[in-house]
Ligand binder design. Sequence first.
Ligand SMILES: Nc1ncnc2c1ncn2[C@@H]1O[C@H](COP(=O)(O)OP(=O)(O)O)[C@@H](O)[C@H]1O
Ligand SMILES: [Mg+2]
Length: 262
Amino acid sequence: MTTAVSIPRTGGGGRRTAVAASARQVTKAYGTGETRVVALDSVDVDIARGRFTAIMGPSGSGKSTLMHCLAGLDTVTSGQIWLDETEITGLKDKKLTQLRRDRIGFIFQAFNLLPTLNAIENITLPMDIAGRKPDRAWLECVVATVGLAGRLKHRPNQLSGGQQQRVAVARALAARPEIIFGDEPTGNLDSRAGAEVLGFLRRSVDELGQTIVIVTHDPVAASYADRALYLADGSIVDEMVDPTAEMVLDRMKAFDARGRVS
Ligand SMILES: Nc1ncnc2c1ncn2[C@@H]1O[C@H](COP(=O)(O)OP(=O)(O)O)[C@@H](O)[C@H]1O
Ligand SMILES: [Mg+2]
């Protein structure tokens, strides 16, 4: 059994580090006394920049909690979360809101598109709200990467589930966030549409250098990642580099068997 490998930070000079985000001794507990649940137990993890990471584990193992803590959507009970060289634990609400808006992208299981806006309007909405001008060349690149060029004037109800989620992926990519988080981003899609979305996430890492972290319980989804982390009972208990669906499935079976014995 291994624990999370530490990725060396590159030297100073204002350059971005090789680690996009990290957790140090992060514990998250809900409730108190008899109802206290430890969702994360002293988790240490480094998320590599420009890579695709999958967080795996059984239901209730702490996947969503870890993602929410890394993304500054939830507070920790103890420990630190870093986004590049900014410690986000301890940031005041206003700064944290700004950081989430400016530096992090999200893809949710429900696509969360506005029904009255067409695809391109949905894609640029966060930037419009923030008063930021989209970089045209980048936007074209993103639209091409997620294969939406012919669908930009379509409203969400004129798009398939897979296409809607691709709009949501493009929306997350458009603002060039340092890191994109997705909690079960293919959870509402059939396997074909899911494969499409995962393929585009993969391309955005390979071709656009995006850093992506998804939570999934699907071995096939995890096989698109460069690295799969495996959570059990709030701890990272294993990880795999360049996972295949078969490897992930075997590992899951091994853990389930061990869980039953102990
Ligand atoms: N808001 C909450 N209040 C109380 N317990 C919670 C809350 N959110 C999550 N939990 C508990 O924390 C543990 C981890 O949950 P979660 O991170 O959602 O797991 P996963 O995403 O792996 O299914 C579970 O035992 C869950 O019941
Ligand atoms: Mg979850």
